[in-house]
Write a protein that binds this ligand. Sequence first.
Ligand SMILES: Cc1cc2nc3c(=O)[nH]c(=O)nc-3n(C[C@H](O)[C@H](O)[C@H](O)COP(=O)(O)OP(=O)(O)OC[C@H]3O[C@@H](n4cnc5c(N)ncnc54)[C@H](O)[C@@H]3O)c2cc1C
Length: 480
Amino acid sequence: MSSHARASAPVLKRIARAVRGSSSTLREDLVCYAYDATDIHSLPDIVVWPDSTEDVAAVVRIAHDTGLPVVARGAGTGYTGGSVPVSGGIVLSFECMNRVLRIDTDAAVAVVEPGVVNEDLRARAREDGLTYPPDPASLKMSTLGGNVAEGAAGPRTVLYGRTGDYVAGLEFVLADGRVVRTGYLADTTGWDPAPLVVGSEGTLAVVTQVAVRLTDIPELTLTCWAEFPSLVGAARAVADITAAGVPVSVLEIIDRDTLTCSLEYVRGEKPENPPEGALLIELEGTEEDVRRGAIEVRQLLEDGEATGHRWAEDEAERDELWEVRRSISASLARLSTGKINEDITVPRSRIPDYVDRMREIAEAFDLPILTFGHAGDGNLHVNIIVDRADRDQMTRARRAVTQLFDAAISMGGTLSGEHGIGITKAEHLSRELDAPALETTRVVKRALDPDGIMNPEKILSDRPNPWWKGLDDESPGGEE
Ligand SMILES: Cc1cc2nc3c(=O)[nH]c(=O)nc-3n(C[C@H](O)[C@H](O)[C@H](O)COP(=O)(O)OP(=O)(O)OC[C@H]3O[C@@H](n4cnc5c(N)ncnc54)[C@H](O)[C@@H]3O)c2cc1C
């Protein structure tokens, strides 16, 4: 049970009156803000659509006075329950703060409100001959606020880095309603608090403005599709290509069942002999570097285990290959009533070992486990397809998840490469962080949010993943 107060009618009225934007307590509105991509649901007491930083600060001040939880929400595409108001309270939804405020072409910096959708920023930057490299596969939906709060990565992280590498400054509202501006937005010197907020999943502050670095549009992009008789063979090619030092900007791995599922979803095709593994490879940079890199990649594929490869001839073919990749999550969601999507990461050289271990775990627990992901930076999306009504299968899935995490950590990896911890992985945080690291996290949380109103029950929580609710076995299991 939540230790937080539920909102009384006078407090709800006070919130509604405090903002220039709008708000609602109607059930039909609340249900639209009660979930994210994890399919975990919990109703807020009120949803507020702020119109300005002042609106956000006013709402947070009321939360501070009354002890109501504040949950910031972008597009709700998160995979760890981050924007689900599990303790009720106020959802601050940023649909109306979705303006690109300015693009400073001299500094190559864009200043945006948190509700700007990633792809909209990229489109706007292109008008000035620039681009914004971080590209989560959810880029058509997810927002800059959500990307910053999750420290989002994506297919291009292998060459360009993650969201945090592009944050030039932030404006955020602290748990008592005070507003902080950093970096480009304030010309501050000294210690920069912004990196603390990046990846903090709304548990420390609410981001109200983001300044991000932009880069030049690469001269040339070449896209290749390669097929392999084994997934481990594809994983070995990932290691070979990255070791070759070519300007590879995308290295996505896809296993057979995932590929079949996505092809059927996108093209209505059911291939007769699908490859066991496939790679989507992209090279970006100067024309000279990319053309030279392509020759090297071609050679590596031909010397290695690839059974075939083809290079996209034009933009249309490139889009088609990307559509297969970007439709994976949606296509897998149709397979059953539940998809447990974990984003473990291991050092690239350990991907073949991890794939072997994942297969052993799938067999031991008799579960379908499919995988794909940003193999170029060691990030594998491990998807267990489950029937949520089947308690025995759910119990096995819970134990399998723990072993998948343990395997990643034992190989020098992490239990989350990009989706964050939220509520679904909170029970596993201590598997990876040692006592001093956990205590440091708690100290920062207490210092910035002493009353625990900012997105409670996320990251630092003993609450089990709500997906396991009702299972007889309460323990997460794992290696003995
Ligand atoms: C099909 C699909 C593909 C995906 N691919 C990727 C991928 O390639 N890489 C990747 O990293 N993730 C990926 N994700 C996960 C998700 O899209 C990212 O985590 C994304 O950054 C979430 O953005 P959002 O706007 O949907 O945020 P939400 O889901 O609404 O919120 C996410 C978290 O951010 C917090 N938050 C939101 N806005 C603010 C704010 N203004 N201030 C403070 N906190 C805030 C919320 O409280 C929550 O904790 C994918 C998801 C889907 C459904």
